[in-house]
Design a protein around this ligand. Structure first.
Ligand code: NIG
Ligand code: FE
Length: 430
């Protein structure tokens, strides 16, 4: 018999999300289901997955969990978040209910720049504490890997402060954390009349400092990539400015991401694909031509439906069209204090199913294996495959479709991160 640290046995279903990845087209409908399945974990990694009958013949473990009547799936990956921020924008929530639009609030000096004010005023310690609390909530809802953006500092010192907060979270929190530099989130008030000068600050001043920080950081020593992102939109940056910011990051070895086509379409998708961006996110107003462009590229299309739900907008990204065209589609919460104060990947999947016509299997692949590819970790997490991190969820029900179907609560009973139980377990020691 071989030794395992942990065995999950007798699961009604194991939705492995294993196979060709990232998933596209018809492959999005397969979650690699194993009935009466089991998973063996050793040294924090998955060492075997298959029918329970086969696994029990081969493995003995220190600890077993009886998953009778329950489904097991990969930990969720949230590939687009702004989970580090100071203050909140509950007042804007009321303004939007009364009819103000997100862009109107932004143009009037609210929105992102108001969070910038609060974030600049906050200490590293306070930002770590508040973000860790949010990450705890996300982990309990099944998210085991999280990308986190800067973008509420918008000057060199405060962008670096945000990066240090993200690094501290990676040290302290069980979630795997991946950093993204979003110095070009919007133009801060002190540069309002001079976007060009701000772009130069981002490229010539912030980026060299960010690279210095990264090279000495925990992320670089762990081989975790750093991404660069930009908000290509009215009141933020046009296509040419966005291209220059992303290209400057690419020239220094960073991988590009983009906020694009949220409200206005300027051709940013085509630009991002030309630059080989790892993901293009939002995509609410992307047209058929650029959907095809995405489908023929390696860039992962990442709709953020909690934003549209929260903004009360009817313009959801055409996730159905993206899948049907053959794009690799991921989902993310975009958790932030303005457009999406939402920690829940299960709720995002539920909204994607009902408002974007994804099937539960497509939504699960989008929130696991494809999301892992959208942050460059597709070979480490996002599916239940031998050799990957043991990032596993035991669901309360025996059917993975309950994740989006029974919405608004928490479908996750137990969270296992790197082989360790971090949720509320029903553990039976041998
Ligand atoms: O992805 N659109 C730009 N950035 C965020 C919102 C950030 C904010 O409103 O604070 C987004 O929706
Ligand atoms: Fe965002």
């Amino acid at each position: 018999m071989e030794h395992a640290d942990l065995l999950l046995l007798h699961a009604k279903q194991v939705a492995t999300c294993a196979g060709v990845a990232p998933r596209r087209g018809a492959d999005m409908k397969s979650v690699g289901l194993i009935e009466k399945g089991a998973v063996a974990v050793r040294g924090g990694c998955i060492t075997a997955v298959g029918p329970t009958a086969k696994i029990v013949e081969k493995y003995q473990a220190d600890q077993t969990i009886d998953c009778t009547g329950k489904a097991v799936c990969p930990g969720f990956v949230d590939p687009h978040t702004h989970v580090v921020f100071g203050g909140d924008r509950a007042g804007e929530f009321e303004l939007r209910i009364k009819g103000a639009s997100y862009l109107e609030i932004m143009a009037a000096g609210g929105g992102i720049v108001s969070t910038v004010r609060h974030t600049r005023e906050s200490s590293v310690e306070d930002l770590v504490t508040s973000a860790a609390r949010r990450l705890d909530g996300m982990l309990a809802l099944g998210t085991t890997t999280v990308e986190i953006k800067t973008g509420y500092g918008l000057d060199t010192a405060n962008e670096l402060k945000m990066l240090r907060v993200i690094e501290q979270l990676a040290l302290e929190h069980p979630c795997t954390i991946v950093p993204t530099f979003l110095g070009a989130h919007t133009v801060p008030v002190e540069y309002k009349q001079d976007t060009e000068r701000y772009i130069r600050l981002v490229i010539d001043d912030m980026l060299p400092e960010v690279m210095k920080w990264y090279e000495a950081s925990l992320f670089s020593s762990r081989g975790v990539p750093l991404f660069i992102d930009v908000f290509c939109e009215d009141h933020a940056f046009d296509v040419d400015q966005s291209r220059r910011v992303l290209q400057a990051g690419i020239d220094r070895g960073l991988k590009a991401k983009i906020h694009v086509d949220q409200f206005n379409r300027f051709g940013g998708v085509t630009m991002a694909v030309e630059l080989g961006a790892i993901s293009a996110d939002h995509l609410e107003v992307t047209d058929q031509i650029e959907i095809e462009t995405l489908a023929q590229s390696k860039t992962i299309a990442t709709p953020l439906p909690a934003v549209n739900f929260n903004l009360g907008a009817h313009a959801y990204a055409d996730a159905r069209g993206l899948v049907d065209a053959g794009a690799a589609v991921a989902l993310a919460t975009d958790i932030n204090p303005g457009s999406a104060p939402c920690p829940s990947m299960p709720l995002v999947m539920a909204i994607a199913c009902r408002f974007q016509s994804l099937l539960p299997a497509e939504a699960l692949n989008a929130g696991t294996i494809n999301a892992a590819h959208a942050i460059g970790l597709g070979d480490q997490t996002g599916s239940i495959e031998v050799g990957k991190q043991a990032d596993l969820l035991i669901l309360k029900e025996g059917d993975y479709r309950h994740i989006p179907y029974f919405f608004g609560g928490n479908p996750v009973e137990t969270v296992i991160k790197n082989g360790h139980i971090v949720g509320e377990p029903h553990v039976r020691s041998k």
